[in-house]
Structures are given as structure tokens and as C-alpha cells.
Design a protein around this ligand. Structure first.
Ligand code: OTU
Length: 650
């Protein structure tokens, strides 16, 4: 029945397509369209079915998919077919990512090519180049205020450079991740310029209002994202004489997905970059895609429908391409971005594990794993064929988005505890070695977030200032321990470009008036190539961090149980300072790795009586995979050194 309906609907659309679409080399396209059409049509109908031009819009969508398929290169088509066959390819433990700024890590895209040996030396084979599309020079939000979605910013190079780099990466068996900023455009984007000039068509691409009536209604329930630098959610545009919705910075205009043309444009842009050779696309701010008066305008059902549509459409034209959901939202919401009620992810295959990240920072500050244990265990199950992007630091601030229920269960008052964390990381807590800065402090809600580099937040900066060897060692150990966790948790670890050499906070951004007010730039400095040379000098800080990470990455890659097949189980321990989970080979249940981390500054003991019920330690002892050494059992206890993460096997 479905199939019949779907076929006749599909035929209705196909007869309307532009003549040039014809039949040329479209075999796989039609097969994939057939397979996905029912879903695409019903989703599109749910969102836009009440419009008089529904069918016209549907035709335009299918045309977009076909035209982009026609330009997809033979090499990419081949890779699509291979990935369709080996559809779990990205769950492998072999992938290790790094996020970097093309201009801050290298000079430009061409220069980046010359820096690949450094990345590969570390073992990284998935490169997320932070946004590189054309942006206004000043108001760029680090690349997230795009002026032209089809063109690389001249500062970084050309579209041809991206294609060349994609080719180079492919030859080295590396993946390319690019951003698509789906939620908003720069106010200098052509659509915004034409809207400002009065063109109704383009005003309908955004949320544009004559007076404060509707903006006020929206704002009653919308939180502020950048309360200090961009308070409110609307901006008055002088030239247009109207209010426009700007959830992020005032120069970032939110796109209106109630207009199907916006969705079709964005799908076209996604496929454009898929065709330039991106393996993975990071979809920015996906939680914000649908706005509704009376709601927070995040995580709306329709935002999920839009993502499902984007995925199904990509499945038709470029099925080898994956999506990363950048949804920094509550733990109960985040897994929904993989899709719901399906074996295969129907939205994004990969999602930032912001919950894990924030919980790790809680444990570093509290020196215990109470909240971490609770938060991880309460994270809803995700779909199969979906995986996390696990990270310690990224280019943004750290938000303390834990579940309040868990915070209470851990024995803290949510407000007081968040206050403590902010104070701990921003230097106003007396005994804290952390050197972060507060970001987005909102006096109305009492909220604040944290900016700072990994090394500065774990105390390396203050340790160096005090010339305190022990504190330096502790900071290094913490950096290594945190990576030991993101490398073993399950998912793709995403390193941040300066972290393997202990990059400290940088104040270089203060000299730039366009950046000065946004302290997230404290952790977006120019990569220090001279400092990185010290990684070759035995005993240097750089070497101690770099070699440890490099070694762990190498061990991860040959440890099959680290592939993400939802094969993680947590251990319940009485000791609140430890986090412990084990990863099991789904095929050979005896093949397991037990991961134990100690967040405390003192040695903690793991009683083997806790391990025995799980069948561990039957042979009398365990081996640590990274050091290769046996772990001593004394008085029936395994000693876990301070700030350490062990990968243990029987
Ligand atoms: C994302 O950020 C980007 O990572 C930021 O660099 C951009 O400024 C922002 O979008 C606008 O494009 O949208 O889903 O707390 O975590 O703004 C979450 C701040 C986002 C970021 C949040 C985030």
C-alpha cells in the first residue's frame, strides 16, 4: 500500500522535473530516491503540506537532489557505494579526530597540507577544519556568520583548494569534516542584503517584524545565548526599518525554516560541500532550527523533522556523507539528534557528547566522580549505527548543562554547585589552580559558562607560574587522563589542536577589537610551531603530553573493543573518586578492557572483590595496555594513582 502510494506520488514528481535531468547515469539515484521517497514526502508534507505550492516545492527539492547527484564525481560515487556496503565503517576505533582552525594551525588550506605530517604523527586521521566559508572580516563569529555558502573565504584559499585537500586526505586514509552553518547567515549574506533592500522573497527567509509585538512574545520564553555581547533575540535593522531575529550575535540572522525554500537552499548547500569531498558535515546549532512562540525555541519536534529530511535527502544524493549534530543541549534531549525509533540513525550519525565533556570538568574540579557516574549512567541510550564525538575541549565555552536531578543525587545544591564550578575555573576559588575566564555571565539567571584552554583549566599555567614541579606533573597527568577517557569511552575522540602540546590561554585576541569582547578566543590561538618542536625533547612538558597521547591513540586503534557497538558497561563502585567501565567485544565476550580513572589527588583503591563478580582478575592480575606493565594487587586491592586512567586487561 505504502509502496503504491509512494510510487504514484513519486511519478507525479518525476514527470515535472527539468528536461536536463533525464536518465543519464542516474541509476543509483533513482534506486535511492525510491527507497527514501516515502519518508521524504511525508516529512515534507508534515512541515509544508498546508501550502498551496506544496507540490512545486517538492519538485524543486527532488530537482535539487538530482542536479547535485549529476555533478557528484565518479570517485565520490564509488566511495558512496563502498560505504553503503560497509555501513558501520565510522563506528571503528580506528578514527581519531582533531578540530583546528586552518589559518591558526597553518596559514591557509594549501599550508594545511604541509602540516598533515604533524597531525598524522599524533595518529589523528579525521580533520575538522573549523568554518572556512566567506565571512565579513570583522563580524564573523569565528566563521559561523557566513556571507557566501558556496565560496571559501579568500583568506584561506579557494574551493579548488578544498577539493585538492580532500583528495590528499583521501589518499592518506583520512577524513575531512567541514561545517555547514544551518541555523543562520551573516547579515551581509546576499539573502540578508536583499531582504534589507526590501525584497519580500528574502525577508521571508528570515524572521522579520515591523514592531516589537511578535519579538516580545518570542522573547518571553527564549533564553539568551550570548547575554553579555548580544542580549535579546532580535536586532533592529536601520536600513530595513524592521526587527530581525538574531538568536546568537546581532549580525547572525536566523533562517526561517517555515519557508520550504530555505530548507531546499540548505540541502543544496549541504550537497554542494558533500560534492567537494567532505566526508562528514558538522551541522551547527541544530537545536535551534525551529522557532515557536511560547517555547524556548530549542529541540522542537520540527527541528528533528528538518534534520530527518536533510539526512534522507543526503542519503539519496551523497549516501557516504555523515552528519555531526552540534546540539549542546540537556542530556535528555541530545540522543534524539541521532533519530528516534529506528535502528539506523535517521538524523545525524554523530553527535557532540557535551554531557560527557561537562561532567569531566565537574570531576576535575571536585576531584571525585560522583556526578560523572550519575550523569553518564542516566544518559539515554542512543541508536545503533550512531556514535558520539567525545571531546575534552573545543573552540567554545564550557556550559554546565548537567541534569539538576543528578546534581542533587550527587549531594549538591544545583545553584551552589554551579557557582562553585564557575569560581573554581575562573580563579576566584582560593585553592584552585585553574585559570579560566567567565563567559556569558547572565545576571538575570545567574548563569555563566567557562572559557579557557585545556592546559590552563587543569592548572598547567598556574603551575608554571609558581614553578611547581608537582603541580606541573598533576596538570600533565590530568590532560592525559582526560584523553584516556575520550579515547576509550566509545565514539570518535575529537582532540583540539593545541592540546597535545599543552597550549595555554592566549591573550592575543585582546588586541583585535572584533574579538576582544568574546573571550572564547582565549582558546583559539595561533598554533605555536616552535613550542611543538619541544615534543621531541625528552622530559619537556610538550613531549610528556604529546607522546602519551600519541601512544594512547596507537593503542586505541589496535584495540577492537574500543569500536562503538554500544558495548560499554559501568561498574558500580563504592569509591566516589573513581569512574570505571568496561568495553566488551560483541563477538568474543572474554575479550574486554576495563577502564578506570582516578580524579583524586590521592591514590585510590579498587578492591578486587568488586571486579570478581564481573569475571575480571580470575588469572590473578591485570595488565595496563598503555604501559604494558602488570598492575600490582596488594591486600586484594588495585592501587590507582592520582589523576590516572588505566586501560586494563586480564
Ligand atoms: C555554535 O555554538 C558554535 O560552536 C559557536 O562557535 C557559534 O558561536 C554558535 O554556534 C553560533 O553559530 O549553537 O548548539 O555556548 O555552545 O553557541 C549550541 C555557546 C551552539 C555554544 C553555542 C553553540
Amino acid at each position: 500500500m505504502y509502496e503504491q502510494v509512494s510510487h504514484s506520488l513519486l511519478n507525479d514528481i518525476l514527470v515535472e522535473l527539468k528536461p536536463e535531468i533525464g536518465n543519464q547515469r542516474l541509476r543509483h539515484f533513482y534506486t535511492r530516491l525510491g527507497a527514501n521517497f516515502y519518508a521524504i514526502h511525508s516529512l515534507f508534507h508534515m512541515l509544508y503540506g498546508d501550502r498551496a505550492d506544496f507540490k512545486e516545492q517538492m519538485v524543486s527539492l527532488v530537482e535539487t537532489l538530482a542536479l547535485r547527484y549529476m555533478e557528484r564525481s565518479p570517485a565520490l560515487r564509488k566511495s558512496d557505494l563502498a560505504r553503503e556496503k560497509d555501513y558501520n565503517w565510522f563506528l571503528s576505533q580506528k578514527w581519531v579526530g582533531m578540530a583546528l582552525y586552518c589559518d591558526r594551525f597553518a596559514d591557509d588550506l594549501k599550508g594545511l597540507r604541509a602540516k598533515l605530517p604533524y597531525i598524522q604523527e599524533l595518529g589523528v586521521n579525521m580533520v575538522h577544519i573549523m568554518p572556512i566559508l566567506d565571512c565579513p572580516p570583522d563580524h564573523s563569529d569565528g566563521g559561523y556568520a557566513v556571507r557566501d555558502f558556496h565560496k571559501v573565504d579568500a583568506r584561506y584559499g579557494t574551493n579548488a583548494d578544498v577539493e585538492a585537500l580532500a583528495g590528499t586526505l583521501k589518499k592518506r586514509d583520512m577524513l575531512l569534516v567541514l561545517d555547514v552553518v544551518v541555523n543562520h547567515t551573516s547579515n551581509e549574506h546576499e539573502w540578508a542584503r536583499r531582504a534589507r533592500a526590501g525584497e519580500q522573497k528574502y525577508q521571508d527567509y528570515y524572521f522579520v517584524f515591523d514592531d516589537r509585538e511578535i519579538p516580545d512574545s518570542y522573547e518571553e520564553s527564549m533564553p539568551e545565548i550570548f547575554p553579555v555581547t548580544a542580549p535579546g533575540n532580535f536586532t533592529w535593522d536601520e536600513e530595513m526599518n524592521k526587527w530581525v531575529m538574531t538568536v546568537f550575535n546581532s549580525y547572525q540572522w536566523d533562517l526561517n525554516y517555515r519557508n520550504p525554500e530555505v530548507l531546499i537552499e540548505m540541502i543544496d548547500i549541504i550537497l554542494f560541500w558533500a560534492n567537494k569531498g567532505a566526508d562528514v558535515l558538522r551541522l551547527d546549532a541544530v537545536a535551534f532550527l525551529w522557532k515557536k512562540i511560547g517555547r524556548t525555541c530549542q529541540n522542537e519536534r520540527e527541528a528533528h523533522l528538518l534534520l530527518q529530511l536533510m539526512k534522507d535527502c543526503c542519503q539519496v544524493t551523497a549516501p557516504g556523507v555523515l552528519f555531526i549534530a552540534e546540539a549542546i543541549v540537556a542530556p535528555s534531549e541530545v540522543t534524539k539528534y541521532f533519530g528516534e525509533d529506528a535502528i539506523n540513525a535517521k538524523e545525524c550519525e554523530i553527535a557532540y557528547n557535551a554531557t560527557f565533556m561537562a561532567l569531566l570538568w565537574d570531576s576535575v574540579a571536585t576531584k571525585n566522580a560522583k556526578l560523572l557516574n550519575l550523569g553518564l549512567k542516566n544518559l539515554p541510550e542512543k541508536l545503533e549505527r550512531a556514535t558520539w564525538l567525545n571531546y575534552v575541549r573545543c573552540h567554545d565555552d564550557i556550559g554546565l548543562g548537567f541534569d539538576d536531578k543528578d546534581v542533587r543525587l550527587a549531594g549538591y545544591d544545583p545553584v551552589a554547585h554551579r557557582r562553585f564550578l564557575i569560581e573554581y575555573y575562573t580563579g576566584s576559588y582560593a585553592t584552585s589552580p585553574a585559570r579560566g575566564v567567565p563567559f556569558g555571565e547572565n545576571p538575570k539567571t545567574g548563569d555563566a559558562r567557562i572559557s579557557g584552554s585545556l592546559a590552563s583549566l587543569v592548572g598547567l599555567e598556574s603551575a608554571l607560574q609558581m614553578n611547581n614541579e608537582q603541580a606541573i606533573t598533576d596538570a600533565i597527568k590530568t590532560i592525559v587522563m582526560l584523553h584516556g577517557l575520550i579515547l576509550s569511552y566509545g565514539g570518535i575522540p575529537l582532540l583540539y589542536y593545541g592540546d597535545a602540546i599543552g597550549t595555554l590561554n592566549s591573550l592575543e585576541y585582546m588586541a583585535d577589537p572584533a574579538k576582544r569582547d568574546d573571550n572564547r578566543w582565549i582558546n583559539r590561538s595561533h598554533f605555536d610551531w616552535q613550542k611543538s618542536e619541544l615534543r621531541r625533547q625528552t622530559g619537556s612538558i610538550e613531549q610528556r603530553i604529546f607522546s602519551a597521547l600519541q601512544h594512547m591513540i596507537a593503542v586505541r586503534k589496535v584495540t577492537n573493543v574500543f569500536a562503538d557497538f554500544d558495548n560499554r558497561q559501568f561498574l558500580t563502585l563504592e569509591n566516589p573518586n573513581l569512574l570505571a567501565y568496561y568495553r566488551t567485544d560483541p563477538q568474543h565476550s572474554r575479550n574486554r578492557v576495563l577502564v578506570v580513572a582516578n580524579f583524586n589527588n590521592e591514590v585510590q583503591h579498587l578492591p578486587i572483590s568488586v571486579l570478581k563478580p564481573y569475571g575480571f582478575i580470575e588469572q590473578g592480575g591485570m595488565k595496563e595496555l598503555c604501559s604494558g606493565s602488570r598492575i600490582a594487587v596488594e591486600n586484594e586491592l588495585i592501587a590507582v594513582e592520582p589523576y590516572s586512567c588505566y586501560w586494563l586487561v586480564d
